[in-house]
Design a protein around this ligand. Structure first.
Ligand code: ATP
Ligand code: MG
Length: 708
């Protein structure tokens, strides 16, 4: 599968591999593996590991294995194995015939254990699990030798054989490595290698009643498969000495374990145990519920594999754990869908509009662009007639100041159709609710432009009532309202803090007739509303069901939100005490919004969509090949740094001095490929070529806060 569309970024793992290739450590080979435990469905964190392992293999013309880490007989299920394979394939990766199971190595691992016993490096221990724990000591106190530590080799061999034959009860004995009970690293204090478990295994059946531990399995499995770089998450860092010890004592091929920080994503949880609780407790409809951070959930939600791969590459790999803002994942998705999702019109909260001067039994077809981003996607015909639906939100009887859409007496454009003017509002006599609008249309504006050049301030989407197809639409929001749902008081249950509004089902939506035949999984942009996909489980030909994949951004909603947030909160504009290097700004307090990219060209309408964020310069470098440019790494609170090239070298000949400065960044520009790399935003600066300075400020705002 070609991965050419994603440019690999340098990271410490690539640096290690480059070094190993230089020194010819593995004869020029790069062989990685993805080793899931089949005890749940894969989530976006696993996607990071999958993308990393498979992409490194592709990049270095090596191989990547899929290995099921199935040493734990009680928990593993075939359903999980199947789903894992489906998810890895869907992400676009292929393991050819290299599908392995740790359980296939049980025989070999048993031989390795016997080898260590014979070498006096392992012993059978009769202490109970509690005693083993007590003997282990603590970080500050050394452990105590087990009384069975000095058992003769012959006795160990015999007892281990009897363990294998099933002569002893679960938990009555274990096989332990004989290392050092005083080792500062607790993992080295005679760790357990084998335990007795009379349980059926999904692959080996009842052949075994002793099972190797993770620590005694993983490194040897890597070694057996000839894995060169065994990439795992940070919690295994303390296990590395043990990983190496087993390999070295056994004298087998030495794979190299490398750890990186696991992905944490805001507004969701990412442990399989917690996800299982949500599934089993019925809090979601299943592992593939579109609100789940599972790969199957994201797929059903409408995510593309390309957007997930792009996200995984952008977050990079680091040695330090952090929380990545889910807005970044959504941003990658929008970028991808923007390029390829056909545009259609759908009305989610219908308001009836009658065009009083349009002939009763007339209908016509108007040409609509399938994707303004890609003329190659062509056009389609959209039916138009006297009775239409528009969005309830697009009309206000008493419009507030910045509301530019339809209102009594006001003229707006209907997308691809005509200008219409609202002449009458029909209301329910009792409730006062608006039932329908009476409007007139201007026949001369067909296609959306007035020959006399008059302009309107808003363009609305619509559907023709007689032609529209009825659909069910599900709007999703984050599963949890808190950025970090695991940040709880002790004893609290994360499930008590679910977002009660994470799903809203709308049953009387109207979609344009071209969608009647939409196939399950197909993705569309509903103009002005967001990206939606046909649900793969519940949609059927006569009654389509759409999932909202991700919203677009709405200036109006944003203004409203900012107003709502500031209502009742007394806020002073934050002023720089030294007005020499900046200007005063207000920073609305509040959660971050998403970071939809603006188009390359910015029209006056777009201007209000410019997304200004507070940032902190964390790194700053001269760009040697350029006289003007400085390369900045800026923290915008996204869990990673953005690279931004700024033409401010003349003003800042020593860019290091910029480190720590708070700056204002235009955060939703499309990343630009420049000669020296990708630039992901613009740092606001002012002045002229001689006296240029960046806009900075003092005060409270955190990286990523909106600046207005
Ligand atoms: P969880 O803690 O979510 O249950 P796990 O680590 O037990 O996950 P495994 O099936 O053992 O799940 O993971 C398979 C591989 O995926 C391992 O190499 C693991 O390090 C990696 N992985 C798991 N979670 C993440 C994550 N959040 N970010 C990056 N890699 C991850
Ligand atoms: Mg695990």
């Amino acid at each position: 599968m070609p991965r050419a569309e994603i440019t690999p970024r340098p990271n410490f793992i690539r640096a290690i591999i480059d070094d190993d290739l230089k020194t010819n450590k593995y004869g020029g080979r790069v062989h990685t593996r993805f080793p899931p435990e089949p005890n749940g469905y894969l989530h976006i964190g696993h996607a990071k590991s999958i993308c990393l392992n498979f992409s490194l293999a592709t990049e270095y013309k090596g191989l990547c294995n899929l290995r099921f880490d199935d040493t734990n007989p009680s928990k593993e299920e075939l359903e999980y194995v199947k789903s894992i394979k489906e998810d890895v394939r869907w992400l676009g990766f292929d393991w050819d015939d290299r599908e392995f199971y740790a359980s296939d190595y049980f025989q070999k691992l048993h031989e390795y254990a016997v080898q260590l016993i014979k070498a006096g490096k392992a012993y059978v221990c009769d202490l109970s699990p509690d005693e083993i724990r007590a003997y282990r000591g603590t970080l500050t106190r050394p452990g105590k030798d087990s009384p069975y530590r000095t058992r003769p080799v012959e006795e160990n061999l015999e007892l281990f054989e009897r363990m294998r034959k099933g002569e002893f009860e679960d938990g009555s004995r274990v096989l332990r490595a004989k290392i050092d009970m005083a080792a500062p690293n607790l993992n080295m204090r005679d760790p357990v290698m084998y335990r007795i478990l009379h349980a059926e295994h999904h692959r080996s059946g009842n052949k075994w009643c002793i099972y190797p531990t993770y620590d005694f399995t993983h490194g040897q499995s890597d070694s057996i498969e000839g894995i060169t770089h065994s990439i795992c998450t940070l919690e295994f860092e303390d296990h590395r000495p043990l990983y190496n010890w087993f390999i070295e004592e056994l004298g087998i091929f030495h794979s190299q374990q490398i750890e990186f920080a696991r992905l944490n994503l805001s507004y969701t949880v990412m442990s399989k145990r917690m996800l299982l609780e949500l599934v089993e407790g019925g809090y979601v409809t299943g592992w593939d519920d579109p609100r789940m951070p599972t790969i199957s959930g994201l797929r059903r939600r409408g995510y593309t594999p390309e957007s997930i791969r792009d996200f995984c590459e952008r977050i990079g790999v680091a040695k330090k754990g952090s929380m990545v803002d889910i807005a970044l994942l959504e941003h990658c998705l929008r970028e991808d869908l923007n390029k390829r999702a056909p545009r259609v019109m759908a009305v989610l909260h219908p308001l009836k509009v009658v065009l009083t001067n349009y002939p009763e039994d007339q209908a016509e077809e108007l040409d609509a662009l399938n994707n303004p981003e890609d003329p190659g996607m062509g056009t389609r015909k959209v039916p138009f007639s006297r009775v239409l639906y528009i969005e309830q939100d697009d009309f206000r009887e008493d419009p507030p100041k910045k509301f530019f859409r339809l209102a009594p007496g006001r003229e707006v454009r209907l997308r691809y159709a005509y200008f219409i003017t609202c002449v009458d509002v029909v209301k329910d006599e009792k409730t006062g609710d608006v039932l329908e609008l009476h409007c007139t249309y201007d026949p001369d504006t067909r296609g959306g432009n007035a020959p006399d050049g008059r302009r309107v301030k808003a363009t609305l989407h619509w559907v023709s009532a007689a032609h529209a197809v009825k659909a069910k639409v599900r709007l999703y929001d984050h599963l949890f309202p808190k950025p970090d749902p695991t940040d709880l008081e002790s004893g609290a249950d994360f499930k008590d803090f679910l977002n009660p509004n994470s799903l809203e089902t709308l049953t009387s939506c109207h979609i344009e007739p071209s969608l009647a035949e939409a196939v399950p999984g197909a993705r569309y942009q509903f103009e002005r509303l967001g990206y939606f996909c046909v649900d793969t489980v519940e949609s059927s030909p006569g009654s389509p069901v759409f999932n909202r994949t991700v919203t677009l951004r709405d200036t109006w909603a944003k203004i409203q939100k900012a107003e709502k947030q500031t209502a009742g909160v007394h806020k002073e504009p934050i002023r720089s005490p030294e007005p020499t290097e900046g200007k005063s700004i207000t920073v609305p307090i509040g959660k971050r919004d998403d970071l939809t990219a603006l188009g390359q060209e910015i029209t006056i309408d777009d201007f209000s969509r410019i997304d200004l964020r507070a940032g902190i310069i964390c790194e700053a470098y001269r760009v040697e090949e350029s006289k003007k440019l400085v390369r900045l790494m800026v923290d915008l609170g996204e869990g990673r740094l953005r690279q931004i090239f700024a033409g401010i070298r003349t003003a800042y000949p020593e860019p290091e001095k910029l480190i720590g400065k708070k700056v204002i960044v235009v955060a939703n520009l499309k990343p630009r490929q420049m000669k020296f790399g990708i630039s992901e935003g613009m740092v606001l600066s002012g002045g002229d070529a001689d006296r240029l300075c960046i806009t900075t400020f003092d005060g409270e705002p955190l990286p990523g806060d909106t600046v207005s």
